[in-house]
Design a protein around this ligand. Structure first.
Ligand SMILES: [Zn+2]
Length: 100
């Protein structure tokens, strides 16, 4: 069995809730958007747990934190793409953090 290496693209999904103090920095809440499922005849990697549950938590936190009082720090909500295939989304995010 050979290994196919096709070039493709991936995306991160990013939301930002501004804080009241621009000098206070930002908090990062993240999960990853992809999952492996079953690779060949190997075990099934259940996407509901890895990482749809994390993505759901980030979305629910975004809703809850945006619904309450303003926060001093900004809050970044990020869903990384292509984590399971080599951490490409988070590596790109770390190398190219969003500017405020
Ligand atoms: Zn994972």
């Amino acid at each position: 069995m050979g290994v196919a290496r096709d070039e493709t693209t991936t995306s991160n999904a990013i939301g930002y809730l501004p804080g009241t103090d621009p000098k206070a920095g930002a908090i990062l809440l993240s999960a990853h958007l992809d999952h492996l499922g079953q690779v060949g005849d190997g075990p099934v990697m259940h996407g509901a747990n890895d990482d749809a549950s994390g993505t759901t938590a980030v979305l629910e936190l975004a809703h809850a934190l945006a619904s309450g009082k303003p926060h001093r720090r900004g809050i970044l909500f990020v869903g990384y793409g292509s984590e399971e295939m080599g951490h490409f989304g988070s590596a790109y995010f770390a190398a190219h953090p969003p500017e405020r």
